[in-house]
Design a binder for this molecule. Structure first.
Ligand SMILES: [Fe+2]
Length: 359
């Protein structure tokens, strides 16, 4: 087989392997852009997604464009381009699908669009959008155009898979949140505790520069941190006042119960430590492990702060809520005993900046 065929096929194969190695939609799109750019020798790559109901193409991502170069976000009333899917290797230009007047205006403000060709992003014979590179039909060989279209199909499948995975994950997170709220509704917390603890935790994760994976683990651990309360009897959980020593001991079982429940699910392995240790104290006087300082996992220390802040700033049957600033001072007073000092400082600076949260 000729070298000019083998090389692009090899790159296409590499692309296929790479984009199917992740289910993170942002990573998939990034790889598609980079590989398309190198395979087709184009310094710009444009991905457009089709909204069939509106008959419009939306700019999904623009690689290599200068800031402000591409101010158009939608192309409306586009003509169908399904023929590209039927006739493999067929590419189109925007001029062929955008209404004439719109096209004139479009290339007047963004002239580079007139120098691009597009291949369909295709899934099971249906156009999902377009992927564009610099050049015209004459600048590519027939083989290159075939490969460009094959690349469009590969990219579309990988993007769709990642999207489906994201939807599935969101559904799972919402189910976990609903379950946690159902458990929380039994005790004297006001509604929304789970969601707020999760939001505060994720803000901390952002400030600490945690990885995507660490953030996702923290998100789940913060949602499920009190799931073990499902195993605490109403007489203790709903008492609302000061607990007796015996009741306190029972209440203190909830992190271990939660960890036990989550232990049934293999995929929850990383989430368990955050749930199990969210009541540890920085000075070692917490429970259930009596862990101290750096021995306490970061996610557990974050949840402890988020949990305490939300408890202080919401009404409880036995006391009124504090305002945000007073609650932050309370957390600051407990630095080094209950909470990790550096994390409290970060939490305070986040919330003080975020005027929408501090009352
Ligand atoms: Fe708890």
């Amino acid at each position: 087989m000729k070298k000019e065929v083998i090389e692009p096929l090899r790159t296409l194969h590499d692309l296929s392997k790479a984009i199917n190695s992740t289910l993170d939609i942002e990573e998939v799109v990034e790889m598609v852009q980079e590989k398309t750019s190198s395979l087709m020798g184009s310094d710009r790559v444009l991905i457009l997604l089709l909204d069939r109901h509106k008959g419009a193409l939306k700019v999904y991502s623009a690689y290599g464009f200068e800031e402000g170069e591409l101010w158009v976000k939608w192309f409306r009333d586009v003509r169908p381009f399904d023929h590209c899917i039927v006739q493999k290797g067929t590419v189109i230009t925007l001029e062929e699908i955008v209404p004439e007047d719109d096209y004139k205006e479009l290339v007047y403000v963004t002239p580079v669009l007139a120098d691009m060709v597009f291949a369909p992003l295709e899934i099971k014979g249906e156009a999902y959008g377009l992927i564009g590179v610099m050049g015209d039909r004459r600048s590519f060989t027939a083989v290159e155009l075939e490969i460009f279209c094959a690349l469009g199909s590969q990219s579309a499948v990988a993007m769709e898979n990642a999207n489906l995975y994201r939807k599935l994950r969101n559904a799972f997170l919402h189910t976990a949140e609903a379950l946690a709220e159902a458990v929380n509704s039994r005790d004297p917390y006001t509604g929304g505790h789970t969601r707020r603890v999760c939001e505060y935790s994720i803000k901390m994760a952002g400030a600490l520069g945690l990885s995507k994976r660490e953030k996702e683990t923290l998100r789940l651990a913060s949602i499920l941190h009190d799931i073990g309360k499902i195993g605490i009897e109403d007489a203790v959980l709903r008492k609302g006042g000061v607990l007796t020593e015996d009741e306190e001991l029972k209440m203190r079982e909830h992190p271990a119960i939660g960890a036990h429940i989550l232990g049934i699910v293999e995929e929850m392995r990383d989430v368990i430590p955050g749930v199990l240790h969210h009541h540890e104290w920085f000075d070692g006087s917490g429970y259930p492990g009596g862990l101290k300082g750096e021995d306490i996992l970061l996610q557990a220390k974050i949840i402890a702060i988020a949990d305490a802040y939300d408890a202080l700033t919401t009404d409880r049957p036995y006391r009124k809520s504090m305002n945000g600033e007073d609650a932050l001072e309370e957390l600051t007073a407990d630095m080094g005993t209950h909470f990790a000092p550096s994390l409290v400082e970060i939490f305070c600076s986040i919330l003080r900046k975020d005027k929408g949260v501090v009352i």
